[in-house]
Structure formats: structure tokens, C-alpha cells
Design a protein around this ligand. Structure first.
Ligand code: HPA
Ligand SMILES: [Zn+2]
Length: 337
């Protein structure tokens, strides 16, 4: 086992909290809330995890969320992630949540954000992890629905560090949400967006130019466009890459085919993250370890990935420097410098 992959202090920047929903907790909450799932038991649910693309995953991901009903449910979901994340070396997380996936089922926005906030607010003290929230808009929903969600979030503005864009990518370009993101920026939120996961490099350009994102989520298809690669490198725009996710959703055939090493060789500010770890076969330390093995990444490369995660984060400069010092202290100097 690659112990450094787990021991390195890391920031997790691409993590859907609803994607950390483990089968055991799904069925516990289904029973507690009296919700009938379309899967009779854990084994049947796990059999549905044979994904062929992003859409086939999202169908299961949204189905499981039907059991999340109370503030306590959301707190328990986030607590369970934070507890596992600590074991994987996470010291800072900026977690996505999908309010529209809940409000569309009649769960009040306040229930979602109050429940998550309880876990986020107490995370540093209980888990040694600084945590923040990124509110994502579902790109396969309308602009109008995104605006309504933004309005609901305004009273909670200081609990949200950025807005993002997720769900089914192809056919829903960033340009569809230009006006929503303009408003979010005017409200003082930073912006990020999933782009170049299944969608073309043109979507990454749109995310940069129209949504003014601080970083690109996934972005692996950027490599198809040399001008885009040059721009990402020159402007040091981070990419939050999720290797195990890319294999599970068939963005790449195997980890050995993953473009992460090429992205590092291109001097891109690339980070490694877990996306939806309950569904994709591993949390962040496992992503580091497996990609290191498949792509023959040495300790110096893992160190770069961990350092990049803090450079790419939204934490203030002084805290970031303190985290970077912890990263350097975790690596015996003779091993990679
Ligand atoms: O990997 C993803 N891509 C897009 N939307 C998502 N929502 C959860 N995970 C994902
Ligand atoms: Zn994602």
C-alpha cells in the first residue's frame, strides 16, 4: 500500500456530498423515514453500480437521495463523509451539494443547508478538517430553476463559498447559465463548473469566459485543445480531476490510460479528488494510491498533487501556507528532493 497517498495532508475540492452516501446509511435512513427504495436490499443496490456513462450513474445517485428527508439526515450524511475523509488524510474540504435534487422532492432548502451546516460548522473541532460548501446548479434543469435556487440561497450567503454546475453535461453548455453565474459573482460568490468531463473543450472555454470560474471540475478533455492547455497553464487555472470516477463512468478505459500524468507534464495545476466515492470505488487516498500505481507516479508527483490542492482551494493565504508546511513536513526530504 502506498502509505504516502493516505498520509499526505490533502484538500478535497471535488466531492459531491450526496455521492458519499454509502449503501448501509441509505438503507438505515430508508427504514427510519419509511421510504421505499427501488432496490430491495444492499446487494441489489450495489448491482446497479455497473455504470456505462454519467447518465446511468446519475439515475442511481438521484434515486438514493429520496431517503434524505430531515436536517438530521443531512448532518449524518456529512458527518459520515468527514469521518472517512479524516482517515484518508483530508484536512480541508470544499463540498458540493445539489439543493435542486432535494427541493424538487419537497424538502425545504433550509432543511438541506441547516443540516449540512451543522456538520460543516463543527468539522474542524471534531475531525480536524476545515470545511465549506459549494452550491451546485443542476445543468439539466432550467435557467429559471437555477435563479429560484440562487434566490433561496441568498439568506445563507455566508455559508456558501462558491457556486458550481453539475449533472448531465452534454447538451447543457455553460452558456445556458451565463446570467445566473453573473448574478452569483455580483453577490460575492466564487464560481466553479464541471466542464470537459463528457463534454468538449468548447465547454471549458465557456466556463472560463462566460462563467468566470476559478477552477474547472474534471476538465480532462481540455487536452484535446492545445490552445486551451496553454491558457490553463498560463493562467494557472486549477483542474479538479477524479481518476476513479473517470474509469467508472467510462471517460477513460482504465486508470493506466488516464491523462493525469500528461496533465502534470504540461505543468497544469491539477488536483486529485474522489467525486462520488461511495459509488466509484474509493475515497481520496485510494484515488491517490491507485493512480500513483497505475501511472507510476513517484513521491514528488504525489507531493505536487497535494500542494496543488491547497493552491487551488479557496482558503485564505495564511491558512494555506500553514497547510503547505504540513504537506512538506509529511514527506521525508531525501525521498523526493
Ligand atoms: O461526476 C459528476 N459529473 C456531473 N455531475 C455530477 N453529479 C454528481 N457527480 C457528478
Ligand atoms: Zn463531480
Amino acid at each position: 500500500m502506498n502509505q504516502l497517498a493516505f498520509a499526505l495532508p490533502k484538500a478535497e475540492l471535488h466531492l459531491h456530498i450526496e455521492g458519499t452516501f454509502e449503501p448501509g446509511l441509505i438503507f438505515t435512513l430508508a427504514e427510519r423515514n419509511g421510504v421505499q427504495l427501488p432496490y430491495p436490499n444492499v446487494d441489489a443496490l450495489r448491482r446497479a453500480y455497473a455504470f456505462t456513462d454519467l447518465r446511468s450513474f446519475l439515475d442511481v445517485y438521484y434515486a438514493a437521495m429520496a431517503v434524505l428527508r430531515t436536517e438530521r439526515d443531512f448532518t449524518e450524511l456529512a458527518d459520515a463523509y468527514l469521518s472517512r475523509a479524516r482517515e484518508q488524510g483530508v484536512v480541508h474540504v470544499e463540498m458540493f451539494f445539489d439543493p435542486q435534487a432535494h427541493t424538487a422532492r419537497g424538502i425545504p432548502f433550509a432543511t438541506v443547508i441547516d443540516g449540512l451546516w451543522e456538520a460543516v460548522r463543527t468539522s474542524e473541532a471534531r475531525f480536524g478538517i476545515s470545511a465549506s460548501l459549494i452550491m451546485c446548479f443542476l445543468r439539466d434543469q432550467s435557467e429559471e430553476s437555477a435563479f429560484a435556487t440562487l434566490d433561496e440561497a441568498l439568506p445563507y450567503g455566508d455559508r456558501i463559498v462558491a457556486v458550481g454546475l453539475d449533472s448531465a453535461e452534454v447538451g447543457h453548455p455553460p452558456s445556458k447559465f451565463r446570467r445566473v453565474f453573473e448574478r452569483a459573482l455580483a453577490e460575492g460568490w466564487k464560481t466553479v463548473a464541471h466542464a470537459g468531463e463528457e463534454g468538449p473543450p468548447a465547454y471549458v472555454w465557456e466556463a472560463l469566459d462566460l462563467l468566470r470560474v476559478s477552477r474547472v471540475d474534471h476538465g480532462v478533455r481540455s487536452l484535446e485543445d492545445p490552445r486551451l492547455v496553454a491558457r490553463l497553464r498560463d493562467e494557472r487555472i486549477p483542474l479538479t480531476v477524479c481518476p476513479l470516477s473517470n474509469v467508472k463512468l467510462r471517460v477513460v478505459d482504465t486508470l493506466a490510460d488516464h491523462p493525469l500524468r500528461r496533465m502534470l507534464d504540461e505543468d497544469l495545476v491539477v488536483t486529485v479528488n474522489s467525486d462520488d466515492p461511495a459509488y466509484f470505488g474509493g475515497y481520496i487516498g485510494t484515488n491517490y494510491a491507485q493512480v500513483a500505481q497505475a501511472l507510476h507516479l513517484d513521491d514528488a508527483a504525489l507531493l505536487t498533487l497535494a500542494r496543488n490542492s491547497f493552491e487551488a482551494s479557496f482558503i485564505d493565504v495564511r491558512t494555506r501556507d500553514a497547510y503547505l508546511a504540513r504537506v512538506d513536513a509529511a514527506v521525508p526530504a531525501h525521498r523526493c528532493r
